[in-house]
Design a protein around this ligand. Structure first.
Ligand code: AMP
Ligand code: ZN
Length: 467
C-alpha cells in the first residue's frame, strides 16, 4: 500500500510503526457553526482510508479532536448571550449528526480542548523547560528559531518566512514567526489557571497534546486539509518533536480543497454552504459519493451539475444492487459450471479495486471498479441464475461498496413501512388477485403507495422499491 507523504513529497510504502496497528490523528473542526461542505471532505476521505486499512486487517486507532476553545466560538456565545460551552456542545452534536449522515464511522476518541487543559499546560511547561518557549507578560510563545527543523513539512525556510512576514502583530514576540502557546485572559472570555496566570491555549498546542495522550509520542498518520500544512501542522511538529524528543508522525496526508463553482468558498463571495443546507436538496450519500469520485489530493469543484451527475452514478449502482437483491429472493439452487467460472472472473473487480486503493487511495478508480461490477451483474445475473451465484456476486458487490462507506441498499430506518411488512402485503395482494378479489388487490397497491412503496408486476414476480 503506497501513500503520498507530504513530509517527503513522494509516495511511500506504508509500513506501520507496530505490525497490524495504525495510529491515526485527524484534525477536526472548530465548533462554532454547522460544518460546511469543505469540512465534509476530510471527514469522508480519512474515514475511507481508515475503512480500507481495517479491510486490510489493521486495527486502526482513530483520533479526531473538536476545537472547542476559539475566538469564533466566544464571539457567537457573546452574541447569543450564552456560555461558550453552550455553543461548542451544540455544534459538536450537530457535527456528529452530519458525520453519521455521511456514514463516517465514529472515531475511537474525540478529545476536546476544554477537557485536556492539564496536558496542555504540562506540554507548554516542558517546552519552556527545554528552551523552546518563553513567557512574556502572561503570554507564552514558541521560539521557532530554537527548533532547527522548522519548515520541514511545508518546505518553507524560516528566514524567507521572516523576511516576508509583516511586522509582528504582537510586540511581545522575539521573532515574527513565533507562535502563541498560551494567551492571557481577556474580559468576558473563558479562562483556565496556569503557571503563567489565567488564560487559554493557542490553537496548535491541542493537537500535539491529544495525539501524545491518546496515540503516543510517535504516530503513523497525521491528516487534515491542505490548508493546515502551514502553519498548523508545521507548528505541531515543532511542539511535539521538541517536547518529546522523538519524530512526531511518520506519514502526513492532506486532502485538497472543495471549491464552489470553481471559486474558493467564502462567506463574502456568497458561495459558502453548510452541509446542512446542501442536504436539504442532495442526500448525504450522494455527497459522500461525490467526494469519493475524485482523488483526495486534487481540488474538486462543487456544483449543482456535478452533484446531479454523482446522484445519477450512485443510482446506477443502487439499481444494479437492488436487482441482485430481488433476484436472490426468488432464485434457487447451486452454481452451474459456467456460473462458477463467471464467479471467479468477478474477482477481477476486487483486484482492480485494491490496486486503485493501494495506490494512494485512488477512490476515483475504486469507484470505477464498482461501476464495472454493477455492469457485470446487469449482464451476467438474471432470472435463471442460481441462488448461490446471485448471492456470491451480490456479496462481492456489497463488500466493495462497504469499504468506501457506500450503502447500495435502500435505507429502511426512515421508512413508514418495513420490508417485511411490504413483503407480507404483496403476498396478500398476490393471493387476492388469484382469488379474483381485485378490489382488495387494488386497495393493497394504494396502501403501499401511500406508505411510499411502488410495486411493479414482472414475469418473475412483483418487484417493489421505496419511492
Ligand atoms: P476548520 O474547522 O476550518 O479548522 O476545518 C476542519 C477541516 O476541514 C480541516 O481539516 C480543514 O483543512 C478542512 N477544510 C476546510 N475547508 C475546506 C475545503 N474548502 N475543502 C476541503 N477541506 C477543507
Ligand atoms: Zn490539528
Amino acid at each position: 500500500m503506497k501513500v503520498y507523504n507530504t513530509l517527503t513529497n513522494q509516495k511511500e510504502e506504508f509500513i506501520p510503526l507496530e505490525p497490524g496497528k495504525v495510529k491515526m490523528y485527524v484534525c477536526g473542526p472548530t465548533v462554532y457553526d454547522y460544518i460546511h461542505i469543505g469540512n465534509a471532505r476530510p471527514y469522508v476521505i480519512f474515514d475511507t482510508i481508515r475503512r480500507y486499512m481495517e479491510y486490510k486487517g489493521y486495527e486502526v486507532n482513530y483520533v479526531q479532536n473538536f476545537t472547542d476553545v476559539d475566538d469564533k466560538i466566544i464571539k457567537k456565545a457573546i452574541a447569543e448571550g450564552v456560555d461558550s460551552k453552550v455553543i461548542s456542545e451544540r455544534y459538536i452534536a450537530e457535527a456528529k449528526k452530519d458525520a453519521e449522515g455521511l456514514n463516517v464511522e465514529p472515531a475511537t476518541k474525540n478529545p476536546k480542548v476544554t477537557e485536556e487543559m492539564d496536558g496542555i499546560i504540562s506540554m507548554i511547561q516542558t517546552l519552556i523547560d527545554k528552551g523552546y518557549a518563553y513567557e512574556i507578560n502572561g503570554s507564552v510563545f514558541y521560539d521557532t528559531k530554537a527548533f532547527h527543523d522548522y519548515g520541514k513539512l511545508s518546505g518553507k525556510n524560516i528566514d524567507d518566512l521572516e523576511a516576508g512576514a509583516r511586522i509582528a502583530v504582537d510586540e511581545n514576540k522575539k521573532n515574527p514567526m513565533d507562535f502563541v502557546l498560551w494567551k492571557p485572559k481577556k474580559d468576558g472570555e473563558p479562562y483556565w489557571e496556569s503557571p503563567w496566570g489565567q488564560g487559554r491555549p493557542g490553537w496548535h498546542i491541542e493537537c500535539s497534546v491529544m495525539a501524545k495522550k491518546y496515540l503516543g509520542d510517535t504516530i503513523d498518520i497525521h491528516a487534515g486539509g491542505e490548508d493546515l500544512i502551514f502553519p498548523h501542522h508545521e507548528n505541531e511538529i515543532a511542539q511535539s518533536e521538541a517536547a518529546n524528543g522523538k519524530p512526531f508522525a511518520k506519514y502526513w496526508l492532506h486532502n485538497g480543497f472543495i471549491n464552489v463553482d470553481n471559486k474558493k468558498m467564502s462567506k463574502s463571495l456568497g458561495n459558502f454552504f453548510t452541509l446542512r443546507e446542501i442536504v436539504e436538496h442532495i442526500p448525504y450519500d450522494v455527497v459522500r459519493f461525490f467526494i469519493l469520485s475524485g482523488h483526495y489530493r486534487s481540488p474538486i469543484n462543487f456544483s449543482k451539475e456535478l452533484m446531479e451527475a454523482a446522484g445519477a452514478g450512485l443510482d446506477r449502482i443502487k439499481n444494479a444492487y437492488k436487482s441482485l437483491v430481488f433476484m436472490e429472493s426468488k432464485a434457487q439452487g447451486t452454481m452451474t459450471d459456467e456460473e462458477k467460472k463467471l464467479n471467479e472472473d468477478a474477482d477481477k473487480f476486487r483486484v482492480q479495486f485494491e490496486a486503485a486503493m493501494d495506490d494512494d487511495f485512488n477512490t476515483a478508480d475504486a469507484v470505477t471498479a464498482i461501476f464495472e461490477i454493477a455492469k457485470f451483474s446487469n449482464i451476467n445475473v438474471n432470472e435463471n441464475s442460481s441462488k448461490e451465484f446471485v448471492t456470491a456476486i451480490r456479496e462481492k458487490f456489497l463488500k466493495l461498496c462497504t469499504i468506501l462507506g457506500i450503502k447500495p441498499q435502500e435505507e429502511t430506518k426512515d421508512k413508514q413501512i418495513s420490508p417485511d411488512e411490504v413483503e407480507s402485503l404483496i403476498a396478500e395482494r398476490t393471493a387476492a388477485k388469484k382469488s379474483k378479489d381485485f378490489a382488495r388487490a387494488d386497495a393493497i397497491r394504494e396502501e403501499l403507495s401511500a406508505k411510499g412503496v411502488v410495486i411493479e408486476d414482472t414475469r418473475a414476480g412483483v418487484r417493489w422499491s421505496y419511492k
